[in-house]
Design a binder for this molecule. Structure first.
Ligand code: PEP
Length: 263
């Protein structure tokens, strides 16, 4: 991990915790971070609750000035109008969301989101001052057929072609076979693909973007394997699903600098 990039530990709650549960969870999370002497200057921690929780979590974070950031799990490519069930970026920005996850493999699979749809969502996020976390990753069939890097690199290139130079975004490499399976990629596997993704940014948006953009790994990250990923040069944090729903486990992941030497 390059020391100039502030690590990001992002908790994707998926479709878990209603608005009441979200309040109890974030209160507990804030207490646990404080208790464990977590330093927000060292590591950025952000949660991604369901849409219906955002207002409750925003109110709590703002009222108590908690060291926890807020993001949404998706957004519409549109800004307003006849799009039943969709949520535009402008509404997320109004709730103090800083980030939005775009192109998660579960949305690509469940909602048939292709690369051009994902790119349109990334453009919409940037239009509203949100930092998109662009998720890319190969299925096990892709892995067998094309190797690990080709699909994630192609998915990222499709987005980079549509956004202006200088845009701030985060990339999350999430091999689909590693999500929720308990079978994480090895740090070597993850580093190889994250490095290829960084070089793709360099090719499309230049050195400054490549060197400053955070590339996360996601897929069965736990407190027991985070250190191995964070030791690598091209991995700047993690997108965490299941383990982000357990306060102690999530805090232990966020405290990785205390159990990893980054020399
Ligand atoms: C995810 O959903 O982005 C994810 C990485 O899930 P998990 O950590 O449960 O594998």
């Amino acid at each position: 991990m390059a020391t100039t990039r502030r690590p990001l530990i992002a908790g994707n709650w998926k479709m878990n915790l209603d608005h009441l549960q979200s309040i109890a969870f974030v209160q507990k999370l804030a207490w646990a971070l404080k208790d464990k002497k977590f330093h927000e200057q060292e590591v950025e921690v952000t949660v991604f609750p369901p849409f219906t929780d955002l207002r409750s979590v925003q109110t709590l974070i703002n009222a108590d000035n908690l060291p926890v950031g807020l993001g949404a799990q998706d957004l519409s490519p549109h800004d307003e109008g006849a799009h039943t069930g969709d949520i535009p970026g402008v509404f997320l920005k109004a709730l103090d969301c800083s980030y939005v996850v775009v192109g998660h493999s579960e949305r690509r699979a469940d909602h048939h989101e292709d690369d051009s749809h994902v790119a349109a969502k990334v453009v919409a996020a940037l239009r509203h001052g949100l930092i998109p976390i662009v998720c890319v990753g190969e299925t096990s069939e892709d892995l067998e057929r094309y190797g690990a890097s080709k699909i994630p690199v192609d998915q990222l290139a499709a987005v980079l072609a549509e956004i202006p130079q200088g845009s701030e975004f985060v990339v999350a490499y999430e091999p689909v076979w590693a999500i929720g399976s308990g079978q994480a990629a090895t740090p070597d596997q993850a580093e190889d693909v994250c490095k290829a993704l960084r070089e793709t940014i360099r090719e499309h948006h230049g050195d400054e973007a490549a060197d400053s953009t955070r590339v996360l790994y996601g897929g069965s990250v736990k407190s027991t394997n985070i250190a191995g990923f964070m030791k690598r040069d091209n991995i700047d944090g993690a997108l965490v699903g299941g383990a982000s729903l357990d306060v102690d486990e999530f805090v232990a992941i966020a405290r990785f600098p205390h159990h990893v030497s980054l020399d």
